[in-house]
Write a protein that binds this ligand. Structure first.
Ligand code: BDR
Ligand code: CA
Length: 325
């Protein structure tokens, strides 16, 4: 049976590829997509999600706007990486599919309460404000989550927005603290693994060689997105972060890591948003997360390219259900 998931996301070009990978994969049933504020403000991320769904031929997908500000502090965004729209690098039309009226936090709560307990996975690709709020408003949902698979944090690689902190955790460390403390099984994709997944010229060329609109758009996004990271890290291509969350659901054997305790630093000016991961088990604190550190990057890109190739084909395009009156 397909794994039921909710995607919580702040697109972002790498978020966009994660969403496309999920929508292209029959092993996954996307119950809905909630918008987080992060890479760009909420008004843009919710619109970007709808653009991505339409690109995938999935205008029937439920898209819900979540919180516009983190649980504490004010929103930090990353237009310097993703461009003013959050999705610079390819020109997509304004979306026509609707934004749902329900708040994203309520969608997460209602879905977890309505689906059988232990059957819904939450995939977070941005700051975890929506999930943190949902767990605060409805603590009963924690025990109903199958697992949380998230992109965020870093240990051996350090941070990407400060020397100590990765962007998604840095933007809302309070929400991250709540999620890591909620008791649900957690799999984390930190910078330690995403920095091994590089969008080299050859890999981008493979997207373009698909000869489809999705392949062309994906190549355009990545060429835009990587320019910043190539300059920063001096690599051929930049890290492709968020699609690792979805790839892990599809092919966990591509990844390896270790169960350990992960706590979030909330106070220090120097290290706010740091994921303090006890890789060596020296603290005695309970293991609350599977910290992924390694990946078969070629296997990952083979999977992503093969799945993107299926999008846009007639058998994957679903139109909105007609309402009979
Ligand atoms: C994370 O921050 C965002 O810029 C990316 O979309 C990814 O989720 C990487 O630190
Ligand atoms: Ca993201």
């Amino acid at each position: 049976m397909a794994e039921k998931i909710i995607i919580d996301t702040d697109p972002g070009q790498d978020d966009a590829l994660a969403i496309l990978l999920a929508l292209a994969s029959p092993e996954i049933e996307v119950l809905g997509i909630t918008a987080a504020a992060g890479n760009v403000p909420l008004s843009l991320t919710e619109k970007n999600i709808r653009k991505i769904c339409e690109l995938a031929g999935r205008s029937d997908m439920g898209v819900y706007a979540g919180c516009s500000q983190p649980m504490s502090g004010t929103l930090v965004t990353a237009e310097y990486v993703h461009g003013a729209s959050g999705l610079d690098g390819a020109d997509l039309p304004e979306p026509v599919m609707p934004l749902q009226a329900m708040h994203g936090v309520d969608f997460i709560i209602e879905t977890l309460r309505n689906e059988p307990s232990g059957t819904v996975t939450i995939c977070t690709l941005g700051p975890m404000t929506n999930l943190g709020k949902a767990l605060t408003k409805a603590p009963d949902i924690a025990g109903r989550i199958r697992r949380v698979v998230l992109m965020g944090g870093g240990l051996f690689e350090g941070g990407n927005v400060t020397p100590a902190a990765e962007f998604n955790i840095y933007v809302d460390p309070q929400a991250a603290t709540i999620v890591f403390g909620c008791g649900a099984p957690i799999v984390m994709m930190p910078l330690d693994v995403t920095h091994k997944v590089l969008t080299t010229r050859a890999r981008i060329a493979a997207f373009r060689a698909l000869g489809t609109q999705v392949g062309e758009v994906a190549a355009g996004w990545l060429e835009y997105f990587e320019r910043f990271d190539e300059a920063k890290y001096g690599t051929d291509g930049g890290p492709l972060h968020d699609p690792n969350v979805i790839a892990y659901l599809l092919k966990p054997d591509l990844y390896s890591g270790r169960h350990c305790n992960v706590e979030i630093e909330m106070e220090s000016d120097l290290t706010r948003g740091m994921t303090v991961a006890d890789w060596w088990g020296v603290s005695g604190r309970p293991k609350n997360a599977l910290f992924i550190r390694d990946v078969d990057a070629d296997g990952f890109f083979a999977l992503l390219t093969e799945r993107l190739a299926t999008l846009g084909r007639a058998d994957t395009v679903r139109q909105p259900k007609l309402r009979l009156v």
